[in-house]
Ligand binder design. Structure first.
Ligand SMILES: *[C@@H]1O[C@H](CO)[C@@H](O)[C@H](O)[C@H]1NC(C)=O
Ligand SMILES: *[C@@H]1O[C@H](CO)[C@@H](O)[C@H](O)[C@H]1NC(C)=O
Ligand SMILES: *[C@@H]1O[C@H](CO)[C@@H](O)[C@H](O)[C@H]1NC(C)=O
Ligand SMILES: *[C@@H]1O[C@H](CO)[C@@H](O)[C@H](O)[C@H]1NC(C)=O
Length: 501
């Protein structure tokens, strides 16, 4: 077969049966010359096809950025990083953080520790309904919000809240604060983000925007530099060492959903180490960016990550047990304990009542009924008044007319306690956390970089009320009544189980 001829003439747009059937002898003397010309032509065409437009635009717009960005690896040769995009409320962000720790350990990457995002600042959508924001979009929203937190001077790192010292000391995982990473990767002095000089400001912000857009995956992957994963809960269930790599997951979109959402794919179980570890394209990239790392059990499967044990990896196996419960840092624990011991100063019941947020609005009756039954029992057998710590999103002014209002009217039987955002204890705790700056102290590998020099000192203090409240509830020796289905309740249960108080 004269494949060269076919190829050449296909490009020329004149392939005919006649040409293909010609005896080779007929034009043999012209072949070398013709071949050379055709080869050059083919090379020209394929270079146009195979060099993607995104790479062209990348080198045109941000050549300096690209060079500097991957220079981050020069700081500590061979070090690779993992970034991901958390979303939703704190409990959710915490569970994603744990998954990220696990992924970072499996893939031997330094985990970029994100800030605590405002409640619902980033939204993923619904995995069971196959309606979620794509990974690039989610990453960019999270990036944008994180930069906003820096600019607003109310940035609090996950590591400022969650105590990572046991993981750091055993070198189970390496961490880097997001701010330090941004300074290095985008080569910016972040403290300029909060200066008044508007000309510096806008160019810095533009640079950060470009940098975030690249990291989010909008310019595609960049060899050896960035791999922005496009997998999400619609397409992938990550596994590790379960020998079902490539197998279809048991949960798939049904026909109706497939039609409605124009779904043309199936959800596949994939071994994360095989897909993204050493030897893969992702494995050679300095930065690996995941989208959401949220997972939850759904219809007998997991929505996105199904890694509960590591049968052939002792290190990961013990890490899985270790991260099941990650305590708050001591500043938070001490604040909660001090409220329980000094302010309440008696055995007490904790009532965690989520009444206003979304799905919980319609469950007031059931929530209050369960609380009343518990209190009636305590009233029969205990001494009065019964001390109750109430953790709720319903403002105290609005208690009138609810069961909480009834309790307030009966001070002989019930002594109620609440903690508020503007309480001195909360303000003090926040100040301590800001001073402790645990997040900025995470960088074991970059001692020559003191990130604090380049940061904006906090102005508006972020909200740590929730964490102190959860700690107080973990101290409630008379028990704990909860709003069914609330993730906050789950984390309190976990604290109680692990005797955090
Ligand atoms: C993990 O990564 C570090 C570089 O950050 C490297 O020194 C080490 O050898 C790697 N470990 C394995 C098991 O590949
Ligand atoms: C980034 O966040 C800012 C402030 O929250 C917002 O005004 C802006 O629209 C966001 N930009 C994008 C592209 O989402
Ligand atoms: C970053 O900017 C701040 C404020 O302008 C300045 O004080 C600091 O020295 C700068 N740091 C570096 C490393 O350039
Ligand atoms: C709480 O009370 C205030 C003032 O009476 C009212 O404006 C507000 O709508 C109430 N909020 C709720 C959630 O009931």
């Amino acid at each position: 077969m004269q494949t060269e001829m076919d190829l050449g003439h296909r490009h020329g747009g004149r392939v005919t049966g006649k040409w293909k059937k010609r005896p080779t002898s007929h034009h043999s003397y012209r072949t070398p010359l013709l071949l050379a010309a055709l080869t050059i032509f083919a090379l020209f065409i394929s270079s146009k096809i195979f060099i993607s437009p995104s790479l062209f635009s990348l080198s045109r717009n941000s050549q300096p950025l690209l060079g500097r960005r991957c220079a981050i690896s020069a700081a500590s040769p061979g070090e690779k990083f993992l970034w991901y995009a958390p979303h939703s409320g704190f409990s959710n962000q915490l569970s994603e953080f744990k998954n990220a720790i696990l992924m970072a350990a499996i893939l031997n990457r330094t985990l970029i520790v994100p800030p605590v995002l405002d409640h619902h600042a980033a939204v993923l959508g619904s995995c069971p309904k196959f309606r979620v924001l794509d990974p690039n979009g989610l990453r960019f929203n999270v990036w944008n919000h994180s930069i906003q937190l820096i600019r607003d001077r109310r940035y609090l790192s996950m590591a400022d809240i969650v105590d990572l010292s046991s993981l750091v000391s055993t070198s189970a995982v390496r961490f880097m604060d997001f701010r330090v990473f941004v300074s290095k990767w985008c080569d910016v002095n972040l403290s300029l983000a909060c200066t008044a000089d508007s000309s510096i400001h806008s160019s810095l912000l533009e640079r950060l925007r470009q940098c975030g857009s690249l990291l989010s995956g909008y310019d595609g992957n960049v060899d050896a530099c960035l791999f922005a994963s496009q997998e999400d809960c619609r397409t992938t269930v990550w596994t590790y060492q379960t020998d079902d790599d490539g197998v279809l997951d048991s949960f798939q979109a049904d026909d109706e959903l497939k039609k409605k959402r124009k779904i043309s794919f199936s959800r596949t179980r994939k071994d994360v180490f095989k897909a993204l570890g050493p030897g893969s394209t992702a494995g050679s990239a300095t930065v690996l960016a995941f989208g959401s790392l949220f997972t939850g059990p759904y219809k007998g499967s997991e929505s996105h990550i199904d890694i509960h044990k590591a049968p052939r990896d002792q290190k990961i196996q013990s890490l899985i047990q270790k991260i099941e419960f990650l305590p708050f840092v001591s500043e938070i624990l001490n604040a909660g304990k001090s409220f329980a011991r000094q302010t309440i100063s008696a055995p007490f019941l904790c009532a965690q009542l989520r009444l206003l947020d979304g799905q919980f609005k319609n469950h007031w009756k059931g929530t209050f009924l369960a609380m009343k039954q518990t209190l009636d029992l305590l009233k029969q057998k205990g001494s009065l008044p019964i001390h109750v710590f109430i953790m709720t999103d319903l403002p105290r002014l609005n208690w009138t007319g609810t069961y909480l209002g009834d309790l307030e009217k009966d001070p002989d039987a019930f002594k109620l306690f609440v903690l508020r955002e503007d309480d001195e204890l909360v303000a003090q705790t926040t100040k301590k956390l800001v001073n402790a700056a645990y997040g900025m102290k995470l960088q074991s590998v970059s001692q020559n970089f003191d990130g604090r020099e380049q940061q904006c000192s906090p102005l508006a203090l972020p909200d740590v009320l929730l964490f102190v409240e959860e700690t107080i509830c973990s101290c409630a020796s008379l028990g704990f009544v909860r709003t069914a289905g609330s993730t906050i309740a789950e984390s309190i249960e976990l604290m109680r189980k692990n005797s955090a108080c």
